[in-house]
Design a protein around this ligand. Structure first.
Ligand code: HEC
Length: 93
């Protein structure tokens, strides 16, 4: 019973934590949709065995994919993309 009751509390804590992640998620979505869906769609982020397991891992993967995509993003743009992906899909704290 206790475990069931704590789930909404954890979700609430998780939600407040991503709000704290710096960046502009709407701009991140725009950059993502324009640059990141030629090789994979958004389903790679939510597939059952997805590879990214932490916020640091997500930052690293965005770095790697930026190179693979042969794009140049400023640190602020990468932060926006990370924020979008984390808020929308991964929800790491
Ligand atoms: C040149 C092709 C290519 C482009 C363009 C690309 N990616 Fe990827 N991405 C990959 C491949 C390949 C994988 C690994 C897929 C797998 O393991 O099945 C991947 C995986 C990922 C993952 C990890 C998914 C997981 O398993 O959790 C993230 C996050 C990601 N990409 C983000 C991005 C972002 C952000 C962009 C735009 C900057 C981008 N990708 C553009 C090829 C690409």
């Amino acid at each position: 019973m206790k475990a069931i009751l704590s789930i909404p509390v954890l979700m609430f804590l998780a939600a407040s934590a991503h709000a704290a992640l710096p960046g502009d998620g709407a701009e991140g979505k725009r950059l993502h949709d324009a640059n990141c869906v030629s090789c994979h769609g958004v389903s790679v982020y939510t597939r059952q065995d997805h590879k990214v397991r932490s916020l640091d891992g997500l930052k690293q993967q965005v770095e790697n994919c930026t190179h693979m995509a042969q794009k140049e993003f400023s640190p602020a743009e990468k932060q926006d993309i990370v924020k979008y992906l984390n808020d929308q899909f991964y929800r790491f704290q």
